[in-house]
Design a protein around this ligand. Structure first.
Ligand code: NAP
Length: 542
């Protein structure tokens, strides 16, 4: 029997409103509606599900988590029926997966597409959130759950002259659905983070000319992507429970464990062989070759030197190789990209690397990009310039808690949050993978499922015990902030001074290390203890 469609246009009052229909929002809706029996709606700006995978359709867009780990674990049936075609899933396939999930769990009937939330205000007297959408509709709910993703606010740098450009410019995070025809075109690519590194080889193969504008040189390790066979899938499916246990037990939520050896436990020859094997195997696993790579600079230097030597070996032109290998931060202190033929791309006759640290981009002209020492005529400019990460998507909405206090004001000095889940002064607001949680330092579906499960359990507890409000206390948020800072300080991560982890890529953004770097497994335990101790650090009201 087909479910009766609810008339969204008429209904405005819910138990819970979820913002965003990506990985987080879909599972949150399923949990609230189908497990707890709440009335819930998801408000989604896009015309379809998928979140980051809906918007990031740039050439080469692919996940860097291995496909068998980049999926939901909440449904064993779903696990058994879905097979990814490659070691790393490509954007269209991930979007197909999320559409499949939306259909399989009949989620679409409670998602309002094309509905951008502009503001949300807590009405203390009614204990309701009033959520206003761009078209002026107002919806209310007791619980407001943001599932807006960490990397969904595109950052187009404020370079003078962009409006004068007579060609086409595109940010990778807002890629046109119809695609971009690069044939015969002179393309400029600004940015060499994970996105630029994925896009460059694919654009180079299609365009007449590709000019890559590099401000900060970056490490990258080969992904070694490959098709997956029926046999491999049979093995994975037979052992899914074991794989999930591994993923939940590691600091980063991936399907591999970090080797229990120091860089200095082995001889230089053994170390080189270990790095060589990790390079051949490919992927993010490279950083798990030794346990001290992210905490000891001397240990990290050995990995950094290995990769820099590889770059000099791969790239034939010594000047280009030197530019690519002139990396100013420890390996993996910025999010480490993995690639398919990125460095090899600079051996192509139609690809040029421009060092915009030595000679910064001065302006964009009608004809292309002008740096301080040259002009580059272009037909298309691709901005792979990243995102106003973690706080950006939340602060893009005007969120107001008790007494009309704004989140923007509360976070003026940086995000202030308890566990990255709740904010003092904002009752019944939950932020999935919010700043202060492991989020981007973890394989995202693992972080997302842990948050959704925790939030859902908290709401279930409130309903079972007659509680009306839950709110992080200022003291708990202060203490958690100290733990987030201490966890980051125990690693090399803050040493990458231009990193988006620190908010350093957005002018004027407070420099605060945003994700919790203490590891997903440890974080999970902390969250479990908080719940077991009656939601320690949270004020519960009747
Ligand atoms: P990103 O890591 O922030 O990199 C942005 C790049 O643009 C940097 O090279 C940056 O240089 C450059 N840039 C920014 N403004 C510039 C300017 N005005 N002039 C010149 N260069 C400028 O962004 P991203 O590559 O989009 O990646 C963001 C995150 O998304 C990743 O770290 C990852 O977490 C996620 N992601 C994941 C995948 C995957 O799963 N495979 C793929 C893509 C993205 P500076 O370093 O000098 O600032």
């Amino acid at each position: 029997m087909r479910p009766i469609r609810r008339d969204h246009a008429a209904k405005t009052s819910y138990d819970a409103i979820v913002i965003g229909a990506g990985f987080s929002g879909l599972y949150q809706l399923h949990s609230l509606r189908d497990r707890l029996g709440l009335s819930a709606v998801v408000l989604e700006a896009a015309d379809g599900v998928g979140g980051t995978w809906y918007w990031n359709r740039y050439p080469g867009a692919r996940c860097d988590s291995e496909s068998y780990t980049y999926s939901y674990s909440f449904s064993p049936e779903l696990e058994q029926e879905w097979e990814w075609s490659e070691r790393y899933p490509e954007q269209p396939e991930i979007l197909r997966y999320l559409n499949h999930v939306a259909d399989r769990f009949d989620l679409r009937r409670d998602i309002r597409f094309g509905t951008r939330v502009v503001s949300a205000a807590y009405d203390q007297a009614a204990n309701r959130w009033l959520v206003t959408t761009q078209d002026g509709a107002v919806l209310t709910a007791k619980f407001l759950i943001t599932a807006v993703g960490c990397l969904s606010s595109a950052n187009v740098p404020d370079i003078p002259g962009l409006a004068d450009f007579t060609g086409t410019w595109i940010h990778t995070g807002n890629w046109p659905h119809e695609g971009v025809d690069f044939a015969g075109k002179r393309v400029g690519l600004i940015g060499t983070g994970s996105t630029g590194i994925q896009a460059a080889p694919v654009i180079a193969a299609a365009a007449a000319q590709l000019t890559v504008f590099q401000r900060t040189a970056n490490y990258s390790v080969p992904a070694r992507n490959a098709p997956m066979s029926r046999e491999e899938w049979r093995g994975i499916k037979a052992n899914y429970a074991e794989h999930r246990r591994t993923m939940r037990s590691t600091p980063n939520g991936h399907g591999f464990t970090i080797a229990d050896r120091s860089v200095f436990d082995v001889t230089p020859g053994e170390r080189a062989a270990i790095y060589e094997a990790a390079w051949e195997k490919g992927g993010l696993q490279f950083r798990a070759a030794f346990r001290d790579l992210l905490v000891d600079k001397a240990a990290n230097d050995t990995a950094a030197e290995f990769i820099k030597a590889k770059i000099r070996e791969i790239v034939k032109d010594p000047a280009t190789a030197a530019m690519l290998a002139d990396i100013d931060h420890p390996y993996a202190a910025k999010r480490p990209p993995i690639d398919t033929d990125y460095f090899e791309t600079f051996n192509r006759g139609n690809v040029t690397l421009v060092d915009v640290r030595a000679a910064p981009i001065a302006r964009i002209t009608a004809a292309g990009v002008r740096t301080e020492d040259a002009e580059y005529p272009l037909d298309i400019i691709v901005f792979a310039t990243g995102f106003d990460a973690m706080t950006g998507p939340l602060l893009a909405m005007d969120i107001r808690g008790r007494d009309g206090a704004s989140l923007r004001e509360a976070w003026r000095g940086g995000p202030w949050s308890y566990l990255g889940l709740g904010v003092p002064g904002f009752p019944n607001l939950f932020t999935i993978t919010g700043p202060g949680s492991p989020s981007v330092l973890c394989n995202m579906p693992v972080a997302i499922e842990q948050h959704v499960d925790w939030i859902s359990a908290c709401i279930a507890h409130m309903r079972a015990t007659g509680l009306e409000t839950v709110e992080a206390t200022p003291e708990a948020a202060d203490r958690w902030g100290e733990q987030v800072n201490a966890a980051a300080a125990a690693t090399l991560l803050p040493q990458a001074s231009s990193s988006w982890y620190l908010g350093a890529n957005v002018p004027g953004k407070p420099r605060v290390f945003m994700p919790y770097a203490g590891g997903m497994a440890r974080y999970r335990t902390i969250c479990e203890e908080v719940a077991a101790e009656g939601y320690r650090g949270m004020a519960l009201g009747r």
